[in-house]
Structure formats: C-alpha cells, structure tokens
Design a protein around this ligand. Structure first.
Ligand SMILES: C[S@@+](CC[C@H](N)C(=O)[O-])C[C@H]1O[C@@H](n2cnc3c(N)ncnc32)[C@H](O)[C@@H]1O
Length: 351
C-alpha cells in the first residue's frame, strides 16, 4: 500500500489524542484561573507556530512507524479506566501547583518524601514543576507522564521518540540483539518503553535519582524482559569504562545546573564502548529556531525549572563534543531537539 495512505489513520489518531490532552489541559488552566493564577501567558501568535511544529512532528512520527523505525505499538493508548481514574488527582495537583506558584514555594515536602532527600543532591531537593513532593513521591510519579502529555498538548511522547532514529541508524536497524543501553533520567520509564519496543532484544539499564519514580517505572515496564532499574546519579555512574553500546536520555538535561550537565556528559562518554553512541532529547535551545525563541522565556517561571534559562543558553552539541567522539549531529522535532555523537571505533585498539 502507498505509504502516505498508511500514514493517514495514524495521523488522525495522533491528532485526536492531541485534542484530548489539550482539552484536559484547558480545563486545568480554567481551574488555575479560578484559584491562584500565576502563569505568565505566551503571545497568541506563538501558539500557531507551536501548532505547526506539532503537525510536522506527528507527520515524522507516523512516517517512522510506517517505515518500521519503531512499531505501531508505541501509539497504544493506556487503559481508559486508569486514565480517567487518575484525572481528579491531576486536577487536585494542578491546584496545589497553582498555590505553590502563587506563593513562590519550591521546597515543600511531606515527611515521607523528605525521607528521600538524603539520597539526592541538593539542587534536586525542590518541587520541580511546582509538583506536590517534586520527584520524591510515588503519587507524583503516578501523575507525571499524564501531566507532561497535557502540558505539551499530546506531543511529549512523539518528542521522546526522536531519540530512536539516531540509535537505529547507529546499529543499522538492529532489533537490539547483543546490545546494552544505559538510559539516564529514565523517570517513570516512558522513553524506556519506546526504546524497548524499537530494540526488543536490547538490555536496557534505566537509571534515575528518584527511587519512587523508578518504582512506578518498574510496575509499568513489568511486561518487558532485559530491563533493569537503578537508583543513581548520572553525574557519578557506578559502571566501568566502555560498558554500554548507547547512553541516552530524554528531557533530563534542562533540569540540571551547568556543572552537573558537564559531569553527566563526561560520565556518559566514559561508559560508552568504542563505536557506541551518546544521544539525548530535550528542549530546543536559544537560537535553534529563532522564531520560537520567545516560547523559551516563560517555561522556567511557570513550571519551576530553575536551571532552564541557563540550559537554553549553553548549546548541548558543545557540551557533548569530546575527544574520540564524532562531531555531534542534531535535529529538531516539536519543541525539542535530538543531539547525538558516536564514539570513534578506532579507539578500540588503544583501550
Ligand atoms: C523531566 S524528567 C524526564 C523523565 C523521563 N526521561 C521522561 O521522558 O519522562 C527528568 C528526570 O531526570 C531525573 N534526573 C534529574 N537529575 C538526575 C541525575 N543527576 N541523575 C539521574 N537522574 C536525574 C529526574 O529524577 C527525572 O526523572
């Protein structure tokens, strides 16, 4: 069948899904307005630009499915009962976020969440996104993926999948047989799921600072074999040199101070095998798409992202570049970028 004909129903599904999450977000905004609004609005013309980027992203995502870069299962919706059961808690958390935003509260933890503080660095002990208990509770972890998809109007998953193409190219379309990947900042395992669907035979070690988020990831990924979850710090990896065929992350670097980003890059380069690949997806940065630069302005204040403004000013390709690695490649999709670099294989003889 003609490829474009096969793409049509998938595109229709992606757009319907996007409408669904956008409507849920609109409802949340309405509630925030009723309570304690502190969100700085973006200029209306930016929405049209963002919509155009979303259309392009969806077209590219379904093309990747039709061409077999990843299987159609990546689009499988979650059980509707679980989805709607969670929604009242998301509305309640939205109000909590709104109150914390209005009151400038960024370090509020209940007793149980505070118990995890000893395991994480100081910069991380905060309510990222103004979320209740930040990354330090299972309740927050249960809501997180749904909240992110609402925030990005249904394009977060497709942006996460940007990381797969460079990996597929690096391993010549492999199903993952014999490959070992390290995912940093795996959170609740959403990107782990997509990578495992694309590389079913790969072993993936999914590492994150948050024990409660990994607990939820473990539950959600219980149907997948060869997947390990590990609480740890990307800036101080507990692995020997040259262990992994790929090290990748999704939506992680923008949450880190610059010295941590540098340390994570350096650790990632250290644990990659000669011939392996380092890849990341995260927010686009200043100057990547000058017409979209104004969209980068309000995110940090609206969603308590204290390191984001610094992140957008330090190009990831410059941080990723290193001796023995190819010049980083990059590409854009939606409001994100994907950046990758191969470790040169000839280093194998000197190791
Ligand atoms: C925005 S979330 C992204 C989660 C997941 N990759 C996704 O696509 O949904 C950022 C994640 O990075 C993790 N993180 C932040 N700093 C980290 C560090 N130094 N080491 C490991 N994980 C870290 C957080 O705990 C969080 O789960």
């Amino acid at each position: 069948m003609d490829e474009s004909l096969m793409e049509l129903p998938l595109l229709a599904y992606a757009n319907a899904r996007s409408l669904h999450f956008t409507s849920q977000y609109q409802l949340l905004m309405l509630l925030n307005l009723v309570h304690a609004n502190g969100v700085k609005p973006d200029a209306p013309e930016l929405f049209a630009l963002a919509r155009r980027e979303k259309e392009r992203l969806f077209e590219r995502d379904v093309r990747n499915i039709v061409r077999g870069v990843y299987p159609v299962e990546v689009l499988a919706p979650e059980n509707p009962v679980a989805h709607w059961w969670r929604f009242p808690a998301i509305l309640a958390d939205g109000l909590g976020m709104s109150i914390r935003r209005a009151q400038g509260q960024t370090e509020v933890f209940d007793e149980q969440a505070a118990g995890f503080k000893a395991d994480v660095p100081f910069y991380y002990q905060r309510n990222f996104h103004f979320q209740t208990n930040g990354y330090l509770s299972e309740t927050s972890a249960e809501l997180y993926e749904h909240q992110v998809e609402m925030l990005f109007g249904g394009m977060a998953d497709a942006m996460r999948r940007l990381v797969i193409s460079p990996l597929k190219q690096a391993f010549a379309g492999s199903d993952g047989e014999g490959l070992v990947f390290l995912e940093l900042g795996a959170g609740t395992g959403r990107s782990t799921r997509f990578v495992k669907l694309a590389f079913p035979k790969a072993r993936v070690v999914a590492l994150d600072l948050s024990a409660p988020y990994l607990q939820v990831a473990r539950k959600r990924m219980s149907g997948f074999s060869r997947t390990d979850f590990l609480q740890g710090d990307g800036a101080n990896l507990p692995f020997q040199d040259g262990l992994f065929d790929a090290v990748y992350s999704v939506f992680m670097f923008h949450e880190m101070p610059l010295p941590v980003r540098q340390a994570v890059m350096s650790e990632s380069r250290r644990v990659i095998k000669p011939g392996g690949i380092l890849a990341m997806v995260d927010s686009m940065q200043k100057g990547d798409r000058p017409d979209l630069d104004p969209l980068l302005a309000n995110f940090s204040a609206n969603y308590h992202e204290p390191f984001y403004q610094n992140y957008v000013r330090h190009p990831i390709p410059e941080l990723m570049a290193g001796d023995g690695f190819d010049e980083p490649g990059s590409d854009f999709g939606g409001l994100s970028k994907v950046v990758w670099s191969r470790r040169q294989p000839q280093e194998a003889s000197s190791n």
